[in-house]
Design a protein around this ligand. Structure first.
Ligand code: AMP
Length: 283
């Protein structure tokens, strides 16, 4: 594995790889790697000859009162994990390399960015779409790998790639969980033992909702209420949202119909830590 910190150097090595006819796979991350990130690398290795991982905590996608400054960072640890996973090039640019001067350009996707995290985190998806566009222009990957853990982000990126005819194939990857159901996240390290225990209500409520749908429940409000009430039983949990929307367009619906593909998504705060989780269901 080679670690690269400048855009020019990464461009040079990847130009050479492409000239040799190798397919380039790209896994963008914010680091503090866990098995979820590694599962994207493993998927990339199945499809691609060369795997590029970026680690960049992107200031554009954090709001003024969010956790940009205290987001966990550990490049030495991440380098070891990335190398063991089989990453070929690890791109770890600093903020001044990515944004040497004030950004006057912004990539903004409409509609799919409006509900869910778009509503609670204004500007977040503009920051995501802008940095992913910039990273795609630097890496020029044939394939890019995104987790369904961030289902709305995936919908935004797919829409952006489609609308702007970006020459990259987006590969969605399933959410990796701990044995007890907690979705892996870099932010899990913030949780106290008590919060972590109560956070199990997230995945549990999603499984219960799935069972309700499988048993024939079609009323969206009933399903949402059941999820919210399961989570509200946890004293430390503060619900940001629980929503059931069509996927991937993220339109509202009051009743499920056979053949619908829907996203049940939730965001819940435990103290300062905001966790998200979701499932995608085919009705
Ligand atoms: P992040 O470093 O949190 O920005 O995540 C980088 C990529 O890893 C995104 O495409 C995420 O959706 C994906 N990811 C994060 N957590 C998981 C998980 N538990 N399972 C699968 N993919 C994940």
């Amino acid at each position: 594995m080679r670690t690269i910190t400048t855009i020019n150097e990464l461009r040079d090595v990847l130009r050479a790889e492409r000239r040799e006819g190798r397919t380039v796979g790209f896994v963008p991350t914010m680091g503090f790697l866990h098995e979820g990130h590694i599962s994207l690398v493993n998927r990339a290795k199945e499809i691609c000859d060369v795997v590029v991982m970026s680690i960049f905590v992107n200031p554009l996608q954090f709001g003024p009162n969010e956790d940009f400054d205290r987001y966990p960072r550990d490049i030495p640890r991440d380098s070891k994990l990335a190398e063991e996973a089989g990453v070929s090039y690890l791109f770890t640019p600093g903020v001044e390399e990515m944004y040497p001067s004030k950004m006057l350009t912004n990539v903004s996707v409409a509609e799919v960015t409006e509900p869910l995290c778009g509503a609670s985190r204004p500007g977040h998806f503009d920051g995501v779409a802008t940095v992913v566009t910039k990273l795609f222009n630097i890496v020029q990957p044939h394939y890019a790998f995104f987790g369904q853990k961030d289902a709305q982000q995936l919908a935004v990126i797919e829409q952006m790639v489609y609308d702007l005819s970006m020459p990259v194939t987006i590969v969605p990857c399933p959410t990796l969980r701990e044995a007890d159901g907690l979705a892996l996240s870099s932010r899990n390290v913030y949780l106290s033992a008590e919060e972590r225990e109560q956070a199990l209500a997230l995945s549990r409520s999603l499984r219960q909702a799935q069972a309700m749908v499988e048993a024939g429940e079609r009323d969206v409000a009933t399903i949402r209420d059941a999820v919210a009430s399961e989570i509200s039983q946890q004293p430390l949990a503060v619900i940001d949202y629980v929503e059931l929307l069509q996927y991937p367009r993220l339109g509202y619906t009051a009743r499920l119909a056979e053949g619908d593909r829907v996203l049940l998504a939730l965001a819940v705060k435990f103290g300062k830590t905001r966790l998200i989780d979701n499932i995608i269901m085919n009705v």
